[in-house]
Design a protein around this ligand. Structure first.
Ligand SMILES: Cc1cc2nc3c(=O)[nH]c(=O)nc-3n(C[C@H](O)[C@H](O)[C@H](O)COP(=O)(O)OP(=O)(O)OC[C@H]3O[C@@H](n4cnc5c(N)ncnc54)[C@H](O)[C@@H]3O)c2cc1C
Length: 357
């Protein structure tokens, strides 16, 4: 993981921004030797898609998903000391960060969260108590960018974001999911954790806007990764269809199989077009403008990508036959991705929520 930091891969995974110049000054070069000032969202997209080509979703989420969704709030809304100190430690791979928003009673409906932060009488600290659920990289994270209720009431007002370091009162437990424990999916419990007031990220009682703004990049990144898996599944289906002989000819010569492949291909190419289009938009908008204009289009991109994943996966298993549901051999990518593509249809905002945004 530290090697990824030294190779600039961790920095590249949160895209363009002042953090790249910070890393360049520290002697870290970006992948491909791209100068920090020229690095854009297309470069970042390639890094996500190439990472997905490892074909191991649990492991892929284990090597930086927490960073991609947890560090941007620090870099966009955090105080200067946090950007420099925490940013540097996380981007070099020395420390690991996670985003802790969801709870058992607050998944899609973020504002229902119950984790509470009480200000101490001297105003110097908060005392945080509550339980977060399904936190990616949580089992091994050092920092948790955590959504807490600091104000009265149940609406979006009164929610704040703060950086909580692993320490006294912080406990994490693994959650067993359908993909690898390498992702570090966790329950995170805060039991009367004392957090310095300077760890606040964004405005007090108005952190909900920061959480919503952060979702755009997160969802776009999930689409990049899911599309990387789509391309891998499609390419393995082509390889097998071209190689396997059945009834005296190659599988790909069977019209019913070619029909499946053509449908899979136009669907995957369709996602690529939407992804390229939105990535271009992101390159030509400030963060503020993206936040104002791209939430809906990015939600539809994520929905399109995971719906296509569902159909491509279904057809790929039929083309690969038993191999598509076997953990070793030619179909192992399809089998692993088949157990994991639904993750991307749920986390970061489920398909139903994306559809209705
Ligand atoms: C593997 C994994 C990793 C995760 N990583 C993180 C992480 O790092 N950090 C973090 O904070 N969270 C994380 N999550 C949580 C994730 O974001 C939530 O699971 C997700 O937001 C959905 O919440 P829920 O599972 O509680 O479903 P619920 O909100 O209970 O929804 C249940 C179902 O109802 C549907 N539904 C909900 N509301 C509506 C509606 N208004 N209209 C129609 N349908 C609706 C949903 O689409 C869903 O299908 C992770 C989850 C998983 C599974």
């Amino acid at each position: 993981y530290r090697k990824m930091g030294a190779a600039g891969i961790l920095a590249a995974r949160i895209g363009p921004g002042p953090h790249l110049a910070m890393m360049e000054r520290a002697g870290v070069r970006l992948p491909g030797g791209v100068p920090a000032a020229q690095f854009d969202f297309f470069h970042e997209m390639l890094v996500h898609q190439e990472t997905a080509r490892l074909g191991c979703p649990g492991f892929v989420d284990g090597i930086g998903a927490g960073l991609v969704i947890g560090l941007p709030p620090v870099m966009h809304f955090g105080p200067q000391w946090m950007k420099e100190e925490v940013g540097m430690k996380v981007l070099t791979g020395e420390k690991i960060i996670a985003l802790a928003i969801s709870e058992a009673y607050a998944g899609s409906d973020v504002k229902a969260l119950r984790t509470v932060a009480r200000r101490t009488p001297d105003g110097q600290s908060f005392v945080v108590s509550g339980m977060k659920k399904w936190i990616t990289n949580g089992t091994f994270a050092d920092y948790f960018v955590t959504a807490v209720r600091t104000g009265e009431g149940k609406g979006t007002k009164g929610i704040s974001l703060m950086l909580i370091e692993r320490g006294e009162g912080v406990d994490t437990k693994p959650i067993k999911t359908s993909y690898s424990p390498a992702a570090g999916t966790a329950y995170v419990e805060f039991d009367e954790v004392v957090v310095p007031a300077r760890n606040l990220i964004g405005p007090l009682d108005d952190g909900f806007k920061c959480i919503m703004a952060n979702f755009n990049h997160e969802r776009w990144m999930i689409a990049c990764i899911a599309q990387g898996y789509n391309r891998l599944v499609l390419s393995d289906a082509y390889k097998w269809a071209a190689q396997r002989s059945v009834f005296g000819k190659k599988l790909i010569e069977q019209p019913v199989i070619r029909n499946k492949l053509s449908h899979m291909t136009f669907e995957v190419e369709g996602v690529e077009n939407t992804l390229d289009h939105l990535t271009y938009q992101m390159n030509n908008m400030s963060y503020k403008e993206q936040t104002a204009k791209l939430a809906g289009p990015i939600a539809l991109l994520k929905l399109q990508t995971t719906r296509v994943a569902h159909r491509v996966q279904d057809d790929a298993v039929q083309i690969l036959g038993g191999r598509g549901i076997t953990r070793t051999g030619m179909g192992q990518n399809v089998e692993r991705i088949g157990r994991a593509y639904k993750f991307m249809a749920v986390y970061g905002g489920s398909e139903e929520i994306m559809s209705d945004l």
